[in-house]
Ligand binder design. Structure first.
Ligand code: ADP
Length: 439
């Protein structure tokens, strides 16, 4: 509301200033034109009178001049007044010093405007030199600038007032139009369409909308994540307490007890893995995560992974190989180890008996590249876009039975992001998968 008022007030102020300046200028202009016109009229009169001859004028028109408010004066070459239609010429002082007369003596004609001593009016003079050397002067009184202002004051007020009212209306509608989208946005940002508002406003609206959507999305993801976490934690815990209860109640004895205990062990391990992964993710998610970067050799990373995974690969009857060259990049070694381990364990876990996994390091597209390729079950096209999401699994039971948490690739994605690395996925259902990380 305040902003609206401010804009309104300022527009009105500008309108008042503009109208005033305009009025003053018009009056001045009008006054100048009028002055010029009066002097031109006097000149025309003077010429007529000169042709007629002043003596003849005195005989025929003496009385009428007054009615015309014209004053005719004839001045001799020495400046003495020879005739004046106003009256007693003998009492008039020498006129040689008057501007219009002096000019007329010098150049043939002269003009002057003087304020009358007796009234608020101005007197206009036009003087011309006659062939015999005398000066004929014609004068007329007219109202001053004040009189003009007064005479057109009404018109000025009407026009100025009209313009002012128009400005007021315009300013109101302008502020309304300016503020409407902002007010609408304040109510509900999602309801405002970009094309509904004026152009300058569009980037502003898109930015706010995008941020708004990001916040909503982030909140939704968070909420989904906590719901998922609770659910994922609950399953092994329920199993653990169920088996424990059976053992405690004495219902399970001998071999059964051993089997239940091993189930408890498996579920506890699952729980541990899950909690570990959740902790890792939340650490990676931290806004002000400060990573220590060092020189890391991708090939050495592969060797390390190979030695850690060989037993697991053997157990799954999968062969594991490392190809490529020594490539140094700057990165966080612990996180990069974690990334490769996650990719490799997936490659083994979602493989077929007798399948293979190849870890490769090298340069591709001019960038250091680390890839893990398997000949496993592959990922159907429709799932490929989502497998990097938290807890997204193509085959839930397979993931769970093989110790998957559903967080491995989410962690991979985060670690890659921390290293400004790009991930590509190339997978064919039934044939295998290759995941490449470009640094
Ligand atoms: P999980 O712990 O379930 O393996 P991930 O985030 O590591 O979770 O992977 C998500 C899902 O992507 C897996 O459940 C699996 O369905 C699929 N997946 C990941 N890697 C591979 C792979 N190399 N081959 C086939 N499927 C894979």
């Amino acid at each position: 509301m305040r902003m609206k008022k401010k804009i309104n007030r300022e527009v009105m102020l500008i309108a008042v200033i503009a109208i005033t300046v305009m009025a003053v200028c018009s009056i001045l202009l009008f006054y100048r034109i009028m002055e010029k016109q009066i002097l031109e009229d006097l000149k025309a009169n003077a010429h007529v009178i000169a042709r007629m001859g002043v003596t003849k004028l005195t005989e025929t028109m003496d009385g009428e001049l007054d009615q015309e408010e014209l004053r005719v004066t004839l001045i001799g070459a020495d400046g003495t007044v020879l005739y004046d239609s106003l009256g007693d010429k003998t009492r008039m002082e020498n006129h040689k010093e008057r501007k219009e007369i002096a000019d007329a003596f010098r150049t043939g004609e002269g003009r002057a405007v003087r304020k009358s001593a007796t009234s608020a009016k101005q007197t206009y003079y036009y003087a011309m030199k006659q062939p015999d050397g005398d000066i004929l002067r014609v004068a007329k009184e007219s109202g001053g600038i004040l009189a003009i202002i007064l005479s057109i004051a009404g018109l000025i007020v009407i026009i100025g007032g009209g313009i002012f009212v128009m400005c007021a209306f315009y300013s109101r509608s302008l502020t309304k139009r300016l503020m409407a989208p902002i007010e609408k946005m304040a109510e509900n940002i999602t309801l405002v369409q970009e094309d509904e508002v004026y152009e300058e406003m569009r980037p502003f609206i898109s930015t706010i909308k995008r941020q708004h959507m990001d916040i909503l999305n982030y909140a939704r993801i968070r909420q989904e994540f906590s719901a998922n976490v609770s659910h994922e934690l609950k399953t092994p815990l329920t199993a653990i307490s169920g088996y424990a209860e059976l053992i405690v109640s004495g219902m399970a004895g001998g071999e059964d007890a051993v089997h239940f205990a091993s189930e408890i062990q498996d579920n506890a391990e699952r729980l541990q893995n899950l909690i570990n992964d959740i902790i890792k993710l939340s650490e990676l998610d931290g806004k002000d995560l400060k990573l220590e970067f060092e020189t890391v050799d991708l090939y050495e990373l592969g060797e390390n992974c190979l030695s850690m995974m060989s037993l697991y690969a053997q157990k799954n009857e999968v062969s594991l190989r490392l190809l490529g060259e020594h490539i140094q990049i700057s990165g966080n070694k612990t996180l990069l180890e974690e990334l490769l381990l996650n990719l490799c364990s997936n490659a083994v876990r979602y493989n077929k008996k007798g399948g293979s996994v190849i870890i490769k390091t090298g340069f591709e597209e001019g960038r250091p590249m680390l890839s893990v390729k398997d000949t496993g079950i592959g990922i159907p096209k429709k799932h490929q876009e989502r497998i990097f999401e938290r807890f997204y699994r193509v085959d839930k039971s397979r993931s769970k039975s093989t110790g998957g948490t559903g967080l491995g690739l989410a962690i991979v994605k985060h670690i890659a992001a921390q290293h400004n690395a790009r991930i590509t996925l190339d997978s064919e259902e039934g044939a295998g998968t290759e995941i490449k990380v470009f640094f």
